[in-house]
Design a protein. Structure first.
Length: 249
């Protein structure tokens, strides 16, 4: 109760998120890696080469994020909307996924970085699902940084899956709160992103981490993803550090 008889709801978002440390370095950075196909088209090369160049850019960003002490990095690699693309491109993306996992998993393990995948993995081809499971198991002990790859992911699908899980668990409607919903998301146990970066010049979420980015600072850049460098990450983090975070207060 406050002066004048005003009663504050205990689950008001500004109170729920009071633990966020204003001015601190981000614990969790999320990235929408946009622009691979446009990058390839600008160069008159196959779009798959753009996606391959994107994996090279990601390697540099992962390395730099770990150096900076960022504990969680989430990247949007393949959305469920991407199933609407041509069969050839989808097949190429799965081939690229397989080769990237094979190449990068030993390096991630060596650098004490764990990897996990967020999304409906049961919808993936068996070979892709098996490779993903193997990469997650091989790197599971990594504690320096956690790399979360959103693959076959959609934010609305994630919320639907969480609601279904809550209903199946028998939780009463009155008992459902932010914490119980968060506990049934793909990102259970992962802090919400402090910073969301989108490359490629677009300014929308594109169904990415809809629940989790409610309070994230967002930075959009015209840079196409294959051209995104560690220096660009540094500049985005500096811009984040310069912003006040009030959470409605």
């Amino acid at each position: 109760m406050t002066d004048g008889g005003l009663r504050r709801p205990e689950d008001a978002p500004s109170l729920v998120h009071a633990e966020a440390v204003v001015g601190a370095a981000p614990r969790h950075v999320a990235i929408i890696m946009d622009g691979n196909r446009r990058w390839a088209r600008d160069r008159g090369i196959d779009e798959l080469d753009g996606h391959a160049a994107g994996t090279e850019a990601l390697r540099g960003v992962v390395t730099r994020a770990a150096e900076l002490g960022i504990k969680h990095l989430t990247v949007y690699a393949f959305s469920r909307e991407n199933w609407g693309r041509a069969d050839r491109e989808i097949a190429q993306l799965f081939t690229l996924l397989a080769s990237t996992i094979e190449r990068e998993t030993p390096e991630l393990a060596k650098n004490d970085i764990s990897v996990d995948f967020l999304g409906r993995l049961d919808e993936l081809p068996a070979d892709a699902a098996a490779r993903i499971a193997a990469a997650c198991a091989t790197t599971a002990a990594g504690g320096r940084m956690h790399l979360h790859v959103a693959f076959n992911y959609a934010g609305r699908t994630e919320i639907i899956d969480a609601v279904r899980a809550i209903v199946r668990s028998g939780v009463k409607a009155e008992a459902i709160d932010e914490a119980s919903v968060a506990a049934h998301l793909y990102t259970k146990g992962i802090p919400d992103p402090d910073l969301l970066i989108r490359t490629g010049g677009e300014e929308r979420l594109s169904n990415f981490l809809l629940w989790q980015t409610a309070y994230a600072e967002m930075i959009t850049l015209p840079t196409l993803w294959p051209d995104f460098t560690a220096a660009d990450l540094d500049r985005a983090l500096q811009a984040y550090a310069d912003r006040p975070r009030r959470f409605g207060r």
